[in-house]
Write a protein that binds this ligand. Structure first.
Ligand code: GUN
Length: 291
């Protein structure tokens, strides 16, 4: 069993970006600027947004964090998005999801200029991705593809079973893995909450992508010997022995599944850092298009 080390692969991407930003600086060109919007005080969202801002600092990007109380109106948020769409200094805009219940995620996401939608959630960018056209690919699926590429994992003709059909991970990763690309060219089965006998699909999988948000859902008896397992889960579970009061659990029972795998991602340190690296890559790309 070998580890798909997202920390290492993400560091390699950030190191490359640092060099490219230094080059932009040396040429007197504009450096990438990411604007992140957080609404409310959800603990996990606050942590993720802070990590994105920190990653910007590390690679030399500019960043702006806009934090609203969850009582702000959708109109106010939409006004801010329009203002940022028209700000030539801002290359990338992300609105951290989930938004509080009184917002329409779709209306907010589709208000972002598709050319600044570095999360790749805008309907135009999703459409481009489905058609295999160049676009911003959502950060987590993009990060997974970059991780497979980094470790030169041969996915051609393999059966990939994706667990979860969210717009953020499951659905886009199923599209990317089935694309005529490398990595890609998989035969994909997308399982979800209404799928009957998920375990029987998993047992046929050469690659499992677990993105359903259920801690330790994938157990050893569901995994074929030699499978590649990508764990996207990051559920906070109480742990009074930790200063934070919680620890992160993946969707895979790592301890018992890992010995059966050819490759597996750890949690934390697998997909999480790759998500942020992919977001940085998307933001850099947006900036280059303006430079
Ligand atoms: N919530 C969970 N994942 C993501 C992500 O990749 N981007 C945004 N904006 N919100 C998220």
């Amino acid at each position: 069993m070998q580890i798909l080390d997202g920390k290492k692969a993400a560091q390699a991407i950030r190191d490359e970006l640092k060099i490219e930003v230094a080059q932009l600086n040396a040429e007197g060109k504009k450096i990438p600027h990411l604007a992140a919007v957080l609404v409310g005080n959800n603990g996990a969202s606050t942590t993720y947004v802070a990590a994105k801002v920190k990653a910007c600092e590390e690679v030399g990007f500019k960043s702006t964090l806009i934090h609203y109380e969850d009582t702000i109106s959708e109109t106010k948020l939409l006004d801010k998005i329009r203002e940022m769409n028209n700000d030539p200094d801002i290359d990338g805009i992300l609105v951290q999801l989930p938004l509080p219940k009184h917002f329409s995620d779709e209306e907010v996401i589709n208000a972002i200029d598709p050319d600044k939608d570095v999360d790749g959630f805008h309907a135009i960018n999703v459409g481009n991705m489905v058609q295999g056209l160049p676009t911003y690919v959502p950060a987590t699926p993009h990060g997974i593809m970059l991780l497979l590429e980094h470790y030169k994992i041969d996915t051609q003709g393999k059966h990939a079973v994706v667990l979860g059909r969210s717009n953020i991970v499951g659905r886009p990763v199923s599209i990317l893995l089935s694309g005529n690309t490398n990595p890609g060219n998989c035969t994909v089965t997308l399982c979800h909450s209404r799928t009957q006998n998920i375990a029987s699909f998993c047992r046929q999988a050469d690659i499992i992508v677990a993105a359903l948000g259920k801690p330790e859902f994938v157990t050893a008896d569901m995994v074929k010997e030699g499978a590649i397992v990508i764990d996207v889960g990051i559920t906070r579970v109480e742990d009074s022995s930790r200063k934070s009061g919680f620890r992160l659990k993946g969707d895979v029972d790592f301890e018992n599944v890992a010995p059966r795998c050819s490759w597996i991602t750890p949690v934390p340190g697998g997909v999480g850092p790759m998500t942020i690296a992919a977001l940085m890559k998307n933001t850099f790309r947006s900036c280059l298009q303006k430079n």
